[in-house]
Design a protein around this ligand. Structure first.
Ligand SMILES: [Mg+2]
Length: 228
């Protein structure tokens, strides 16, 4: 069954991951895991969170924000499995209770994130979303398995990357972007989506609400609009 707008047009949903599909910012959680034994854990996690917030508010370009956070993380491949297990438990409540909606409409739903496919794909898989419907960054590792940075050949590693990634899908359907961050709005700003829906179940950012077509307090409200 295909998704449709209230006007009966084919519809694709473009959904953000951090603080939208899940309640948390995954890199902040990865920092807590990776730095668990580090004497300065709290101070470093706080610096990473500050970079996350500045990126999400549109105050710092995403490529700079990502690079600076990865440098602070000091993470290793073996930290990813505990992160994935944590993220499974932190899927947003209204996503969890609408799992059937995701499984039914998986062909018309994409996750577009400046986060990393290594942890996003396994977390969205139980919701019927294939790895090919996850547009995200990829880590680079050294020979010992330490995370050294990100694959800079991918569009999502750069400012404006979300819009470029959506553009490259070449979808004819009307697109609605659902997210909590300014980079989500930029997909619509670049002309790659009809509507930007500010998703505020987990966090409401004034700068993002100011540019939204409408605000969704949870996924039930979005599903309600689609089915009308
Ligand atoms: Mg987000």
């Amino acid at each position: 069954m295909s998704l449709q707008t209230p006007n009966g047009e084919p519809l694709t949903l473009i959904i953000d991951f951090d603080s939208t599909f899940t309640r948390v910012e995954a890199l902040d959680e990865l920092a807590r895991i990776a730095l668990a034994e580090h004497p300065d854990q709290q101070a470093i996690v706080a610096r990473i969170q500050a970079l996350t917030d500045r990126g999400m508010a549109g105050e710092l370009p995403v490529d700079k924000s990502l690079r600076q956070r990865l440098q602070l993380l000091q993470a290793h491949r073996h930290h990813l499995q505990p992160l994935i297990e944590l993220l499974h438990r932190q899927v947003t409540a209204s996503v969890q209770r609408n799992r059937d909606f995701f499984r039914t409409h998986h062909k018309d739903i994409y996750i577009v994130s400046n986060g990393f496919a290594e942890f996003i794909a396994p977390v969205v898989a139980p919701y019927g979303l294939a790895a090919s419907h996850v547009l995200a960054n990829r880590f680079t590792f050294d020979e010992k398995g330490s995370i050294t940075g990100l694959d800079t050949t991918l569009p999502l590693s750069r400012a404006g990357g979300k819009a470029q990634a959506v553009s490259e899908l070449g979808l004819a359907a009307e697109k609605w972007v659902i997210g909590d961050g300014y980079t989500d709005y930029q997909i619509k700003e670049a002309g790659q989506a009809r509507q930007f829906i500010a998703f505020t179940e987990n966090i409401a950012r004034p700068k993002v609400l100011a540019v939204a077509d409408w605000q969704a307090h949870n996924f039930d409200e979005i599903i309600e609009k689609i089915k009308k």
